[in-house]
Design a protein around this ligand. Structure first.
Ligand SMILES: [Zn+2]
Length: 147
């Protein structure tokens, strides 16, 4: 076989191979599309059948415990759905409320009923903590600072 003959044969084989692959691709693509469509139709019919079964079950025309169970589960899901939709609506209507600025922290110190002798802050004799004149106990160490 001459080199030219061999080359011609190779080219022919490459052509056959390419044609085969192209046809194979076309065929598998078409089948895959048909399969997808059939799956979609089956799913759709199943949904319709489910809806019919639900309606018939609710109308009391069929009595099957497994259907009753499914219908009850559906009702449960539906009522949860309604509640969540309501929550969503409320959440969507919420508006931003800026936080109220924190009031300056006032140290809560028990104060005596008796009017103070002086308004000048007093100092704890025990630890030296400065506190309001009317404090009864030192807020730092707890020592009683008022009679
Ligand atoms: Zn003290």
């Amino acid at each position: 076989m001459s080199i030219l003959d061999q080359l011609t044969k190779t080219i022919a084989q490459v052509g056959d191979r390419a044609k085969f692959e192209a046809e194979k691709f076309q065929k598998t693509t078409r089948l895959q599309a048909e399969i997808n469509e059939l799956r979609r139709l089956i799913e759709q019919k199943l949904l319709e059948m489910g809806q019919r079964a639900y309606d018939l079950q609710r109308a009391g025309q069929i009595h099957a415990p497994s259907l009753a169970e499914l219908a009850a589960a559906l009702d449960q899901l539906r009522s949860t759905l309604v509640a969540r939709e309501e929550e969503l609506k409320q959440a969507q209507n919420e508006v931003y409320v800026p936080p109220t600025p924190p009031s300056p922290t006032v140290q809560s110190v028990p104060i005596s009923e008796a009017p103070p002798a002086s308004d000048a802050p007093k100092t704890c004799p025990q630890c030296g903590f400065q506190m309001p004149a009317r404090a009864i106990f030192c807020p730092s160490c707890g020592t009683r600072v008022s009679k």
